[in-house]
Design a protein around this ligand. Structure first.
Ligand SMILES: [Zn+2]
Length: 105
């Protein structure tokens, strides 16, 4: 694993509507939960088309967030949707979106 796909700290402050990931290379990325929900990578949301697209209209209230081994996060939404496994590589790629704030430390 390389530093840019190793998460050292993950926080989803209550009421903030964002999830923050700090990476081993020092970058801190603030993801709007709406973006995370829209880009839920699961087959239910994305189908099997191959390209990942933003899916509008999903519930963007994050209920829980669980680590999956050392490589991914499982995000659980308030509407019960819990099949999205977001690998750290995927999350790091997502940080290139303009909606994601990236802070250099
Ligand atoms: Zn999904």
């Amino acid at each position: 694993m390389s530093a840019d796909t190793t998460a050292t700290h993950i926080a989803a402050p209550h009421g903030s509507k964002t999830t923050e990931i700090t990476w081993a290379d020092g970058k801190r990325c603030v993801y709007p939960n709406e973006i995370l929900r829209g880009f839920c990578p699961c087959a239910t949301c994305q189908g099997h088309g191959g390209t990942i697209e933003f899916i509008e209209g999903g519930n963007a209230e994050l209920r829980d967030l669980k680590p999956v081994g050392h490589y991914a996060l499982n995000l659980i939404w308030a509407d019960g949707h819990d099949t999205g496994i977001y690998s750290f590589t995927y999350l790091r790629d997502l940080s290139a979106r303009p909606e994601v704030e990236v802070h250099e430390s």
